[in-house]
Design a protein. Structure first.
Length: 132
């Protein structure tokens, strides 16, 4: 079984903390111990794990990504969103997280971020849970 979360993003580039949504899904299906693979089935979005205590960290990450990969740079792709495709590949479209006794095993300051690079849009996140 593959589970799915649906989210709406609000900006052209944005990091959305989805940790509580993933944790709720794990609790709702009473999953206890194993591995959760989180996969983003989009070519202009990504998933990452980073600090969720100080929200300025995600703003700094976006600022630097937007600096390193500018929105306009004589790209050939006619859709006009090459920067988003490049960011998606750099950040990556999946993460694996250990689940122990029904809880995500994350560091104290870690959260799971859905990374929007070509929003705002409706987006899907796929989750596969494998028991130990
Ligand atoms: Zn495109």
């Amino acid at each position: 079984m593959i589970y799915e979360l649906q989210i709406g993003t609000n900006a052209k580039t944005e990091l959305l903390d989805i940790t509580s949504k993933v944790q709720k899904l794990i609790q709702d299906i009473n999953f206890q111990n194993g591995i959760c693979t989180i996969f983003v089935p989009h070519t202009t979005a990504a998933i990452t794990i980073n600090e969720n205590a100080d929200s300025t960290v995600k703003e700094d990450m976006l600022m630097e990504l937007n600096k390193v990969i500018p929105f306009n740079d004589n790209y050939q792709h006619l859709e006009g969103n090459s920067a988003a495709h490049i960011k998606s590949t750099l950040v990556g479209c999946s993460q694996q997280i250990i689940i122990k006794e029904g809880n995500l095993v994350l560091g104290t300051w870690q959260g799971i971020y859905f990374c929007e690079f070509d929003g705002p849009r409706k987006r899907k996140i796929k989750l596969k849970l494998i028991s130990e």
